[in-house]
Design a protein around this ligand. Structure first.
Ligand SMILES: [Zn+2]
Length: 211
């Protein structure tokens, strides 16, 4: 009998410094790269998936998406209003955010899986089967970035309309299971603030979903 399994190999891919959104000062970071390997007799033989990269602040130990390095406060460039992320990149980011929000409580229900598949195809134009959604979820579980840090890493390139779409989509995810939790409210509020969305607009966008 041949003993076959999988193993994650992790290595430090890069080091540098950045303005950590949590520490709010320049800190050292490292980017860890993790790749799953097929093992035979517990020895890694072939990689069975792409490498997943995650950035960690060496001061506060929090995890971030490496796009956090492009936040306007991380370099000297003037803080220009964003013209918006390219639509396909934005939709992919929003899908990842939806998954991060869905697993924020540490587990995921059948009802949530069905809703995520529906949101992906109907709102984001991303066709997913259960298996690829499962892959999104396992990556999100493993990278430990969390919904709050994920959004802080990527949303600095979003336009106002992209912020509004993100708020609506994440509200739908948040309302799948009974009631929008305090954490979920915080996530939506922080998007409203960073996207500079007025109270009126915010309320109108949420109402249009409920009615
Ligand atoms: Zn930090």
């Amino acid at each position: 009998m041949i003993v076959v399994g999988t193993m994650n190999l992790t290595r430090t891919a890069e080091k540098g410094d950045f303005v950590c959104p949590e520490c709010r000062t320049w800190q050292n970071y490292r980017i860890r790269s993790r790749r799953p390997y097929l093992t035979i007799y517990f020895l890694p033989v072939v990689p069975v998936g792409g490498a997943q990269r995650v950035l960690q602040c060496l001061q506060c130990s929090q995890f971030w998406d490496e796009r956090v390095l492009q936040r306007p406060d991380s370099h000297a460039a003037p803080n220009l209003p964003s013209e918006g992320e390219e639509e396909s990149v934005f939709r992919e980011q929003l899908m990842q955010a939806a998954v991060h929000l869905a697993i924020a409580e540490g587990e995921i229900s059948e009802q949530m899986i069905a809703s995520l598949l529906q949101i992906a195809s109907e709102r984001l134009g991303i066709l997913l089967d259960r298996e690829s959604l499962g892959e999104y979820c396992s990556i999100a579980f493993q990278n430990k970035i969390g919904i709050r840090n994920y959004l802080l890493s990527v949303d600095h390139t979003w336009s106002e309309s992209q912020f509004r779409m993100a708020i609506q989509t994440l509200f739908l995810v948040a309302s799948v299971e009974a009631g929008v939790s305090a954490t979920e409210q915080e996530v939506l509020q922080s998007l409203k603030e960073r996207g500079v969305i007025s109270d009126e607009q915010f309320q109108q966008d949420i109402e249009s979903l409920v009615n």
